[in-house]
Design a protein around this ligand. Structure first.
Ligand code: BGP
Length: 470
């Protein structure tokens, strides 16, 4: 529907921005931190910059938070590095690591920025991975103990919690993300890991409500509308099937505490159903989120499978590019959409449909915890003219406003990223931030912070509460 006038953003709408620990912090072994799977993972060929220094936020966080405040952020979504606070994944906490997040959170609060804390963003402690990672049910207990530590340490200052970032991408792209432990490419093993993560998440949500009755907690999967390639009913079935396997499996586990029937039928057909122990289904049903956070970059377009190699995308292993699966769905490039420099389709209207679909199904308040444009920014005479990023963000914010006008409850927007960080796939050359970090792939230079044009633009968006987008 088109409206003669769109609804304004709510006055308490959270205008935020996001990062994750392993991509922004650096200090990978500083002050007692243990390695994570992201620190030790095998590098991909185009993944040049490593995470050892990243944006060195670990040493620059005060300066960075001051810049976030100047930007006008009312929320900042960051993740805690599990192995910084618990070097072995469980057992004794690392006091310096625990102190780092106290300092960061205090700094945010002092500047009037609401901390949104992600508990786990791809960086499982390597010590847990050595013991089997999410294959091992003990990792559930380790996650719950870690969650308890976080709630007890930071619960008086943090009221918005995210459990697991993009659990669906960790399962579907585990090799690329290096995050979900040993699997040997076996999807049956991955779905067992998924089950363990879902149980761990449910326990953490229940624990959060027990320890912090005022706090709110939710999952943070990557959710996008899936389009059928044509009105052919067979394409529509394929789109529904992929929606079930990519999106609804994870949302239903987190929100309804049960397996989506079509996703379960798929797991059964493939022989990939997980072992479910007595009590697991009760645990899942008891864990209730207060909201749904989700990351959105682009929609996916799929057709009916043809049962051969033509089902598979030729565009590489990337968590945002539709992949195709023999017998399930065929990867289709949506010719109506532009793509960015890295082959990701750009679909602002898909933001609206995705918000509407999630709201329709679950009726829980929604927050977008990632959305943004990765680009090769150039520093010219001390400025970064990233009008392409402004255009991308503006068009997505407009669609959020349309969704709000449609009656969807959206309470925040945290684009990816607050400041330049190491990309998951393309090192430091692919940037997302409002704040430029002056370093190359190998040459760290001074790591100086420079405000991009998008910084000044977003500043106006925030101060006008979304009423001035251009
Ligand atoms: C999401 C991840 C982020 C981030 C983002 C951009 O899937 O949650 O951690 O990496 O994608 O991806 P990339 O860095 O590959 O451009």
């Amino acid at each position: 529907m088109q409206y003669s006038q769109v609804s304004p953003f709510p006055s308490d709408f959270l205008w935020g921005a996001s990062t994750s620990a392993y991509q922004v912090e650096g200090g990978w072994d500083a002050d007692g931190k243990g390695p994570s799977v992201m620190d030790v993972r095998e590098r991909h060929s185009d993944d040049i910059a490593d995470f050892t220094v990243a944006a060195d936020h670990y040493h620059h966080y005060r300066e960075d938070v001051a810049l976030f405040a100047e930007l006008g952020l009312t929320a900042y979504r960051f993740s805690v590095s599990w192995s910084r606070v618990l070097p072995d994944g469980d057992g004794e906490p690392n006091p310096a690591g625990v102190a780092f997040y106290h300092n960061l959170i205090d700094e945010l609060v002092a500047h009037g920025i609401e901390p949104i804390l992600t508990m786990y963003h791809f960086d499982l402690p390597d010590a847990l991975d050595q013991r089997g990672g999410w294959n091992n049910r003990d990792t559930i207990d380790a996650f719950v103990a870690y969650a308890r530590l976080l709630f007890e340490e930071y619960g008086s200052k943090v009221s918005t919690w995210l459990t697991i970032n993009e659990q669906n991408m960790m399962i579907l792209h585990s090799q690329a993300l290096g995050s979900a432990g040993r699997n040997g490419g076996d999807m049956g093993v991955m779905y067992q890991q998924n089950h363990h993560m879902a149980v761990a998440q449910a326990k953490a949500m229940t624990l959060c409500h027990e320890i912090l009755p005022e706090a709110k907690i939710g999952p943070a999967p990557n959710i996008v509308s899936v389009y059928p390639a044509s009105p052919d009913p067979a394409d529509i079935v394929a789109a529904d099937d992929w929606d079930a396997v990519r999106n609804l499996l994870y949302l239903d586990l987190a929100v309804r505490g049960s397996y989506h029937p079509t996703a379960w039928a798929y797991l059964t057909e493939r022989g990939w159903t997980p072992d479910i122990l007595d009590g697991d289904l009760d645990t899942l049903a008891a864990g209730r989120p207060d909201f749904i956070a989700f990351n959105y970059y682009s929609t996916q377009t799929v057709g009916a499978p043809r049962g051969d190699g033509a089902d598979l995308s030729q565009r590489g292993e990337d968590q945002q590019i539709v992949r195709g699966e023999v017998g399930l769905y065929r990867a289709v490039k949506n010719e109506l959409l532009d793509t960015n420099a890295f082959g990701w389709e750009i679909d602002p209207v898909g933001m609206r449909t995705t918000l509407r679909r999630i709201w329709d199904r679950y009726r829980l308040p929604l927050i977008i915890t990632e959305n943004g444009l990765g680009a090769v920014d150039e520093l010219v005479d001390g400025r970064i003219h990233d009008d392409y990023r402004i255009d991308y963000l503006r068009r997505h914010i407009e669609q959020i406003q349309w969704a709000i006008s449609d009656g969807v409850e959206v309470f925040g927007y945290c684009p990816w990223t607050a400041i330049d960080i190491v990309s998951t796939h393309q090192g430091f050359k692919k940037r997302y931030g409002f704040i430029y970090v002056d370093r190359g792939e190998d040459d760290l230079r001074e790591l100086a912070r420079v405000k991009k044009d998008s910084f000044f633009w977003y500043q106006i968006v925030i101060s006008s509460q979304g009423s001035k987008l251009s």
